[in-house]
Design a binder for this molecule. Structure first.
Ligand code: DC
Length: 238
């Protein structure tokens, strides 16, 4: 089956006068703050950001629980019907699935766990990699995920790997939920983060790890602003 029609309209630009798209990669474990940083960094650079976790979450949510056990052919067929669209830049970057905003439910812990399970399946990884490479050919991106620097964009201009203590990541997630007026169970969130770390780091294809040429930033004791400043300085120097 061909993946050719699975993708992707991008109205985000290469960047005025640029010969080829600028790609910056941000990888790291669950809850480390990649999405917030990616949106802010993309805003500073005037380019789009690509939340690849959202692509896995949306696929997992739409296909439903247990899709990771389906036959490869069926999964390929279903993925081939998806159409992701990316447009805009900075915080206003929009990622659509089949012309609609991604459902709010994909942000929950359940969708995160399903995404992590679906993400070990070879045909799912192949589809996502192809779609992401396709996008990066025409569009300048801050691409965030688990394997952006190692597998999808090995030639990126700058690569970062963000890390933070798992308990600190769980605390951040709780704060985020509380700010949204939602209940936050620290023990459950910390357990879910550890379980996903384990699954993402130990899978055989595209495991979570820093690329050899990535700058590793431990954000445990850094504010969002401090991380942004550090990363931006390094991108501008590249
Ligand atoms: O970044 P996130 O928590 O939204 O990602 C959800 C899951 O998707 C994550 O646990 C593993 C998977 N994922 C992946 O395997 N590769 C990526 N590039 C991004 C996410």
């Amino acid at each position: 089956m061909s993946w050719a029609r699975c993708f992707v309209v991008s109205a985000a630009s290469v960047g005025a006068g640029a010969a080829e798209p600028l790609i910056v990669t941000l990888d790291g474990p669950a809850g480390v703050g990649k999405s917030t940083l990616a949106a802010r960094l993309a805003g500073e650079l005037g380019i789009a950001f690509l939340d690849t976790g959202a692509m896995f979450r949306a696929a997992a949510y739409v296909l439903g629980e247990g899709a990771w056990d389906w036959k490869q052919g069926l999964l390929q067929e279903k993925l081939g019907e998806f159409e992701f669209t990316l447009f805009g830049s900075g915080r206003d970057t929009m990622l659509l699935l089949d012309g609609k905003p991604l459902p709010a439910e994909i942000r929950g812990e359940t969708a995160g766990r399903w995404a992590s399970q679906l993400a070990v399946v070879p045909s799912v990884r192949a589809y996502m990699k192809m779609a992401q490479i396709f996008l990066g050919r025409t569009t300048s991106l801050v691409a965030e995920g688990r394997d952006m620097g190692t597998v999808v964009f090995p030639g990126a201009r700058r690569k970062f790997f963000l890390d933070a203590d798992p308990d600190e990541r769980a605390r951040r997630r709780c704060r985020q939920l509380e700010e949204q007026g939602k209940p936050a169970d620290f023990a459950a969130i910390a357990a879910s983060i550890r379980q996903r770390d384990d699954q993402d780091r130990n899978r055989s294809i595209a495991p979570l790890k820093p690329a050899p040429d990535a700058v590793v930033v431990d954000t445990t004791h850094l504010s969002e602003d401090e991380v942004l400043r550090k990363v931006l300085e390094l991108v501008r120097a590249a």
